[in-house]
Design a protein around this ligand. Structure first.
Ligand code: NAD
Length: 470
């Protein structure tokens, strides 16, 4: 029998074994994928110390030198994309193909290279006979990155590259549900980065909590649930850490009366079900005008029936299982609440006990006030809500603590933009839901977070402003 692979931490450029390990399981089969290292508080201290030591020289490199290192690290991701993609599929469950792990690694390479190429120019605020004033962007120090289990490597790359590009050093801690692909990606990037610049540790949630209060860390970039984000914010207060918090979403999509239901069905479907709905900015509540409600439901069901769900390693799989039992139970609870609250099951809603495969579920006849509408399901169950007055439905869409994304669907783009502007969220899409790109800032308002990632704005969140009068 083949021995299970044991993974190590990466600290100070070295592979560091831990005393204890924990099993990481494939959500499709239940089989053990590998043994993750369980870092102790002392391991975290060591990682922060090595990042602090590396900061002294890394922060002094020229922009061009750091760009070269970052591009080399990006190349490592590209060269090893297939190996890491398979690991993502094994531990996360998403398919290799479609909008799955190969797509995730394509994104990781694209984001890494784009971020590496960004400039950080000195801004001259004044230059006259009264003197010169320059605005510089200095690195903060050690950035602690805490990542979730839905897009494990891509989100780690979103944290790591802007931090490194700006001259910080990094300690990343992936989710205990999906640590292996991130640990491996960090190990590979360490083949070309100076020792200590990028450290990878894994362990229990307590390590995340210890990072949030750690004296040696200057900023935390956190992506995860709102509940944990609030804990991070409160434990970061003592050391006045800089924070970027990318938290949950409960994105509304609003379908206006003038749409062609068949034409928009694939976009609506993938907006809601990308990665099985386990995506922060997935479409999580669909409001459809009365005049097209029946047709939109019919076309969505027809499209959804063509999507194969199964083990992500199989070539034709488009959707995998829910990643973990806790999330599966949450989806189950919300669907049961929807049924109890008078929801009409249009498809799915009847999971087989035992596995983590939850069927694609579409439930109509719901309204605000039902838990499947009000709470973030983060899984393959979409509530559909009928409305008759667009102005009134905007109020219902905004009646939620989250504010990550939102979409409006219509043939009249200008009208759709007018309604979109009234949505309380960080990103509005017209006739699509979910696309993001490395040069466009992304972040939430209200309970969905603080700050943005991507583009120049995201890069600058990894810097402190220093002005210089001369
Ligand atoms: P989670 O909050 O449970 O965990 C996220 C990370 O925080 C993990 O690494 C975990 O180990 C760590 N952690 C747990 N307790 C901690 C503590 N007390 N202090 C510090 N760190 C701690 O989230 P999850 O279940 O892994 O991810 C799902 C959530 O993430 C969803 O709500 C989703 O919407 C959100 N998300 C948001 C975005 C975004 O960009 N806005 C992207 C992806 C996921």
């Amino acid at each position: 029998m083949q021995e299970t692979t044991r993974y190590n931490l990466t600290i100070g450029g070295k592979s560091v074994p831990t005393k204890d390990h924990f099993e990481v399981r494939n959500p499709s089969t239940g089989a053990v994928v590998g043994l993750a290292p369980k870092a102790s508080a002392a391991d975290l201290d060591l990682a922060v110390e090595s990042a602090r030591t590396a900061f002294a020289s890394w922060s002094k490199l020229s922009h061009a030198e750091r760009q070269k290192f970052c591009h080399a690290a990006a190349q490592k991701l590209t060269d090893n994309a297939e190996e890491i993609a398979r690991l993502i599929t094994l531990e996360q469950g998403k398919p290799l193909n479609g909008l799955g792990s190969r797509f995730e690694m394509g994104g990781a390479g694209a984001w890494a290279n784009y971020t590496a190429s960004l400039d950080i120019p000195v801004k001259v605020l004044q230059d006259n006979n009264e003197g010169r004033i320059e605005l510089h962007r200095r690195p903060i120090g050690v950035v602690g990155s805490i990542t979730p289990w839905n897009w494990p490597v891509l989100i780690a790359i979103w944290h790591i590259f802007p931090a490194l590009r700006a001259g910080n050093t990094v300690v990343n801690k992936p989710s205990p549900f999906t640590p292996l692909s991130t640990l491996r990606a960090i190990e590979l990037m360490n083949e070309v980065l100076p020792a200590g610049v990028l450290n990878g540790i894994a362990g229990e949630d307590t390590i995340g909590a210890a990072m949030s209060s750690h004296e040696g860390i200057g900023k935390i970039v956190f992506t995860g649930s709102a509940a944990t984000g609030k804990k991070v914010m409160s434990s970061a207060a003592n050391t006045l850490k800089r924070l970027t918090l990318e938290l949950g979403g409960n994105d509304a999509g609003i379908v206006l009366p003038d749409v062609d239901p068949k034409q928009i069905a694939p976009g609506l479907f993938w907006g809601g079900f990308i990665n099985n709905g386990q995506t922060c900015a997935a479409l999580k509540r669909l409001y459809v005008h009365d005049s097209v409600y029946d047709d939109v439901c019919k076309e969505l069901v027809a499209f959804a029936k063509t999507i194969p769900m199964g083990d992500g390693l199989k070539d034709d799989t488009q959707l995998g299982p829910v990643q973990n039992r806790m999330q599966y139970d949450k989806v189950t609870r919300l669907v049961e609440a929807a049924k109890k609250g008078g929801g009409q099951v249009l498809m799915g809603g009847d999971p087989e006990k035992g596995s983590l495969f939850y069927p694609i579920t579409l439930i109509g006849g719901l309204d605000n006030g039902n838990p499947l509408v009000d709470e973030e399901q983060f899984g393959p169950a979409l509530p559909i809500i009928r409305y008759s007055d667009v102005d009134e439905v905007i109020v219902r869409a905004n009646d939620n603590p989250n504010g990550l994304g939102g979409s409006v669907w219509s043939k009249n783009i200008e009208k759709a933009k007018e309604y979109g502007a009234q949505l309380e969220c960080g990103t509005v899409w017209i006739n699509k839901h979910g696309p993001i790109q490395p040069n466009v800032p992304f972040g939430g308002v209200k309970g969905s977070g603080i700050g943005v990632e991507f583009g120049e704005e995201g890069l600058f969140e990894n810097t402190n402003v220093q002005v210089m009068y001369s």
